[in-house]
Write a protein that binds this ligand. Structure first.
Ligand SMILES: Nc1ncnc2c1ncn2[C@@H]1O[C@H](COP(=O)(O)OP(=O)(O)OP(=O)(O)O)[C@@H](O)[C@H]1O
Ligand SMILES: [Mg+2]
Length: 402
């Protein structure tokens, strides 16, 4: 069928043609929105899950819902490799000013003018942009240079002003496990204060399965502050819908055996469904994906995943870190006991530490529990198996050395 009409959307954070499942999460956020509109409080939301399950898509959807309710929103994506705290705070300030500019076009209460002053002074302090909000700086508010104090004052002023109109201030953070600990601590502390004092301020976050632990290690009370939701693979029913609906809407269909073949290959993972769906569409003849098309699509789609999704991650690891990934792959999807992985690499468990830490840093593995290690990428073990021979360190293209 025509590639230019292909409805599928493999790719990071790409909005799918059909947002399937996730009803529980969307309803929870809708309730939060409704409570804000009724002047009531609630908890922030933390979405966690493996790579490619649809956390970013869901976070973006919640962001859109918040915008539709006229919240003041900012969205940031944490990155470990970036220059850390200052860069994130600058991004926060920049987004905030851009968002706040919309408010200046409506009639403002005195409190709102003050809040804009606080935003301006926060912005001036971190030196983000020259965009003016047309109000005087609130000197002495949110401009001390101490992340926790400044964020707290900012949240207080902005949330209280928005609360007058039964709206909220929402900070959407993707990949939150990678946030520097200072900004993370400041955001959690602000959420804590907001919960206690009924300020309409919410952190809505997405991240890897270790995020809840990172949050509680940063501030122990984080455990009670958020509504934690695990985002996983689809049920067979949801997976079927994700694959079938986009094609049917365009007048195409899958034969029953094609559907089975593609769904089995995708294993319920949203990313893989999009990849195989895209391949099946491109390979099929007119309006029908046959079993033979599906077989070819699995082969083609897997090659696509191998050369992109998996390979890019494999190449982030240094040769010795790859040895560890290989030792983990012996256990399939895992998790693996770290002691066993060390043994396979002929290392003392303590010597495994630096590799483990580096791979966690790169977002390739995480520790589901103490003494365990697992891939963050579904299907990574099978990828390593498939390419056992050509993944040799000697064949490395020099992307990384140690
Ligand atoms: N609810 C859904 N229904 C159908 N497809 C989806 C859904 N959620 C996500 N997808 C598809 O899955 C893929 C991955 O989505 P997304 O980037 O949001 O995952 P992620 O969990 O943020 O991954 P990562 O951890 O790598 O950032 C995209 O191609 C997207 O279109
Ligand atoms: Mg994501």
């Amino acid at each position: 069928m025509l590639p230019e009409q292909n409805p599928y959307s493999p790719g990071s954070g790409r909005r799918p043609p059909e947002l399937v499942g996730r009803t529980g999460e969307l309803e929870a956020f809708d309730t939060l929105r409704a409570r804000v509109a009724n002047g009531l409080g609630d908890r922030g939301v933390v979405l966690t899950g493996l790579r490619g399950v649809g956390k970013t898509v869901l976070l973006n959807e919640m962001h859109r819902m918040a915008d539709r309710s006229e919240w003041l929103t900012v969205r940031i994506e944490a990155r470990r490799d970036e220059t850390g705290a200052r860069a994130v705070r600058r991004a926060l300030a920049r987004e905030l000013v851009v968002s706040a500019r919309k408010l200046t076009r409506t009639r403002m209460t005195a409190r709102m003018r003050e809040a804009l002053g606080t935003i301006s002074s926060f912005n001036a302090k971190v030196g983000a942009t020259g965009i003016e909000l047309g109000v005087d700086l609130s000197l002495g508010r949110a401009d001390s240079g101490d992340a926790e104090v400044d964020l707290l004052e900012l949240v207080e002023d902005v949330a209280l002003a928005l609360g007058e109109g039964r709206r909220a201030f929402g900070v959407f953070v993707d990949e939150m496990q990678d946030l520097d600990s200072e900004t993370m601590g400041a955001l959690i502390a602000a959420q804590h204060a907001a919960n206690q004092r009924d300020w309409p301020f919410y952190v809505i976050a997405a991240g890897l399965p270790n995020l809840p632990r990172v949050l509680t290690e940063t501030r122990s009370y984080a455990e009670r502050l958020f509504n934690y939701r695990q985002i996983g693979k689809f049920s067979r029913e949801d997976a079927t819908q994700a694959l079938r609906e986009p094609a049917e809407r365009l007048g195409a269909e899958y034969s029953p055996d094609a559907l089975e073949i593609l769904l089995d290959a995708a294993g319920g993972y949203p990313y893989f469904i999009q990849e195989y769906g895209q391949a099946a569409w491109n390979l099929a003849g007119d309006r029908l994906v046959s079993g033979a098309d599906a077989v070819a699509a699995v082969q083609y789609g897997t090659e696509q995943l191998d050369s992109g999704f998996f390979r890019s991650r494999w190449h982030r690891a240094t040769p010795s870190e790859r040895r560890m990934l290989r030792a983990m792959a012996v256990d399939g999807e895992g998790p693996s006991p770290t002691a066993r992985v060390a043994q396979r690499m002929a290392l003392q468990p303590s010597s495994l530490g630096p590799y483990r830490a580096a791979l966690i840093n790169k977002g390739l593995v995480y520790a589901p529990e103490h003494g365990q290690i697992a891939f963050t990428v579904p299907g990574m073990a099978a990828y390593v198996d498939r390419h056992h021979d050509d993944l040799d360190d000697a064949a490395d293209d020099g992307a990384a050395t140690d």
